[in-house]
Design a protein around this ligand. Structure first.
Ligand code: SF4
Length: 295
């Protein structure tokens, strides 16, 4: 069953199209029952993803910066659901930074997809927290005076156990990263470099095409922690690699560790009868009928 298509108002050439296709393909290929999938988004151009996706999933289009808080409630109430959060760079690591950090520290089994284009596209291209200092896009009156936050460095420090970066115009590679993130047991984050041709005329497709390279092409790169004693070395290597954002920008998985218990496991171990204490925490059956807009 497909959903009725919704008119898509993204600008021509926007990187969001590649992200939408990759996410849709990943979910189809994983074969997850669409009724078990919830896509949560915040405010921004990225926030329209749950409306545009052509799978009969359930979606929630939430408040600016609060999508991870909503997703935390959904997953905690019903751990059997596959919960994916789509955030923009301003939405997710600006106003939503507090929620972003705490999801990693809890290691809840949720996948966060960050659409990173360096600007607030929905409100005419103001500098977002990921735009570099000194960068002047056509939407700014003068160069940006602030340093950029690196979402993946923050994610590693916060405790995310799957950390990866993809590129919106390499859909097949991105699809594989999203599949890995969703399959991962624990908090996963995938930052996606996403050109915004309408407002960011600096970090364009041509700009990225010259710089991005794939970690998968290096046979020595192995980001998966298989034994506890490897954790420190692999964490440090990942931290160095995510900071490489100059003439060369790596894409791929930087870090993956499934040895750390998830929030769901910690909850079951420490308060096994928590649903009796909190009767309101009861799963409901989803029908995958569409996206609820609560903005
Ligand atoms: Fe895409 Fe930018 Fe247009 Fe938003 S403003 S739809 S991010 S191109």
């Amino acid at each position: 069953m497909e959903r009725k298509p919704v008119f898509n108002d993204w600008c021509p050439g926007c990187g969001n199209f590649g992200i939408l296709r990759a996410e849709e393909m990943a979910l189809r290929e994983l074969g997850v029952d669409p009724k078990k999938i919830v896509i949560v988004s915040g405010i921004g151009c990225s926030g329209k993803i749950p409306h545009f996706i052509e799978l009969p999933i359930s979606g929630v289009h939430t408040l600016h910066g609060r999508s991870i808080a909503f997703a935390t409630g959904i997953k905690t109430t019903n751990p059997s659901l596959e919960v994916v959060v789509n955030v923009g760079d301003g939405d997710g690591v600006g106003i939503g930074m507090g929620h972003f950090v705490h999801l990693g520290r809890r290691n809840l089994d949720i996948t966060v997809i960050i659409h990173n284009n360096g600007v607030y596209g929905l409100t005419k291209g103001q500098a977002s927290p990921t735009l570099g200092r000194g960068v002047k896009t056509k939407s700014l009156p003068r160069p940006n005076i602030n340093d950029a936050v690196n979402p993946l460095a923050v994610a590693l420090a916060a405790g995310y156990t799957f950390v990866a970066r993809g590129y919106a115009y390499d859909i097949v590679h991105l699809k594989e990263l999203i599949k890995k993130g969703i399959k991962h047991k624990g908090s996963a984050v995938i930052e996606i470099l996403q050109p915004c041709p309408t407002y960011n005329d600096v970090n364009t497709k041509e700009w990225y095409d010259k710089r991005v390279y794939k970690l998968d092409n290096d046979p020595a790169w192995d980001p998966v922690v298989k034994r506890e004693e490897e954790t420190k070395t692999k964490f440090e290597k990942a931290m160095m690699k995510v900071m490489e954002l100059g003439e060369k920008i790596p894409l791929g998985v930087f870090y993956q560790n499934e040895l750390i218990p998830t929030f769901e496991e910690r909850l079951e171990q420490n308060i096994p009868n928590y649903r009796e204490f909190y009767p309101a925490i009861q799963p409901i059956e989803l029908k995958g009928i569409g996206t609820t807009d609560i903005t």
